[in-house]
Design a protein around this ligand. Structure first.
Ligand code: IMP
Ligand code: MG
Length: 176
């Protein structure tokens, strides 16, 4: 029986894979001749990162950051704090932040400001999903996978109270 929390499927597994392949090609072309540092925001973006990174045709490295924004609720507190920082300095590096979803934009706004202060050569954002209706902070994400409606979603890395990250598709959470 299907888990009662898993609602309507918004992005199917094959659509995810097609879009990730296209993003990988686009990023590879944009960064040709350079070496890219992917900064993956734990934990939700791990699944997207590992698929995306395998589509890159350029030399690349990965580092991880963990920030707290949501807890187990479905609404942003607006408070962002670093739980795990990068292992290495990023000064002079071409940095691409890999995020699962831009919701209010508050997390990315904080991350962009924090990482920009470390003087990377370039700093861009690649987010799998965006919910434009929910935006509170203006964010320029250069690469976006899919725009989705204002629903709380689970799967392909996205969780509700740490569950459902392993779903191969993106679905709406029921009973939000
Ligand atoms: P923001 O700061 O409001 O943009 O929220 C960013 C973070 O909140 C994301 O990186 C996710 O971890 C989490 N988040 C936002 N919307 C959802 C959702 O629909 N499902 C699961 N997590 C979400
Ligand atoms: Mg999360």
């Amino acid at each position: 029986m299907r888990d009662a929390e898993i609602g309507e499927i918004l992005v199917q597994a094959d659509e995810l894979q097609r879009r990730v392949r296209a993003l990988g090609a686009e990023i590879s072309a944009d960064y040709e001749g350079r070496q890219l540092l992917l900064v993956c925001v734990l934990k939700g973006a791990v699944f997207f990162l590992s698929d995306l990174m395998r589509q890159l045709q350029i030399p690349c490295e990965v580092d991880f950051m963990a920030v707290a924004s949501y807890g187990d609720s479905t609404d942003s507190s607006g408070v962002v704090r670093i739980l795990k920082d990068l292992d290495a300095p990023i000064e002079g590096r071409d940095v691409l932040i890999v995020e699962d979803i831009v919701d209010s934009g508050l997390t990315l706004k904080y991350l962009l400001r924090n990482l920009a202060a470390r003087r990377p050569a370039s700093l861009e954002v690649c987010a799998l999903l965006t919910k434009p209706e929910r935006r509170k902070a203006q964010i320029d994400a250069k690469y976006i996978g899919f725009e989705i409606p204002n629903r709380f979603v689970i799967g392909y890395g996205l969780d509700h109270a740490e569950r459902h990250r392993n779903l191969p598709f993106v679905a709406a959470l029921t009973n939000e």
